[in-house]
Design a protein around this ligand. Structure first.
Ligand code: ZN
Length: 145
C-alpha cells in the first residue's frame, strides 16, 4: 500500500490516519469495495470520518492511475480495484459481487497489445458480467435483480 500513500503525498495531501486507513483497505481488500463500503468499514474505527473524505481520497488515487474503477456492478456504485496486474473481474449483476479471475493468457494478450501498438501498458480493466454460481443456483437466469 506504500505506493498509494506516496501517491497521496505527491498529490499534496497530508497522510492523516484516516487516509492511511483508506489506502490499507484498498490494498488489502479482495472484494473491490465501493466508497460506501470503505466508509462503513472504517466508521467504527474513525467515528469522525466523512464520506466526502473517502470519495476525495479515492478520486485522487484514481486520477493518478493508482487504482482502477470497474464502473458499477449493476448497483449504481463505482467499485475500486488496487490490483493493477492484468486479471479479469467477474461481476455478478444480481448480487453485485466482484471477484478476480486469473487467466494466464491475459498476460500474453497484454504483451501482444504492447508490442503491436507501441504502448507502454500501465494497466488493464477487463470485466465480464453475468450471474455467479450462487445466484444461478437460486433461480432462473432470466429473472432480473
Ligand atoms: Zn451473484
Amino acid at each position: 500500500m506504500n505506493h498509494l500513500l506516496q501517491g497521496l503525498k505527491r498529490a499534496g495531501l497530508r497522510l492523516t490516519p484516516q487516509r492511511v486507513a483508506i489506502c490499507k483497505v484498498l490494498a488489502e481488500s479482495k472484494d473491490h469495495p465501493t466508497a460506501m463500503m470503505i466508509y462503513h468499514q472504517l466508521l467504527p474505527q474513525f467515528p469522525t470520518l466523512s464520506l466526502a473524505t473517502v470519495y476525495k481520497t479515492l478520486n485522487v488515487l484514481k486520477s493518478m492511475g493508482l487504482v482502477h474503477t470497474l464502473g458499477d456492478a449493476g448497483d449504481g456504485a463505482e467499485h475500486f480495484d488496487a490490483d493493477l496486474t492484468p486479471h479479469i473481474n467477474l461481476v455478478c449483476t444480481r448480487c453485485h459481487r466482484v471477484v478476480d479471475f486469473d487467466e494466464e493468457r491475459i498476460h500474453e494478450i497484454q504483451q501482444a497489445v504492447a508490442q503491436r501498438s507501441g504502448y507502454e501498458i500501465l494497466g488493464a480493466r477487463i470485466v465480464y458480467y453475468g450471474l455467479c454460481p450462487e445466484c444461478r443456483a437460486n433461480g432462473s437466469s432470466k429473472e432480473s435483480a
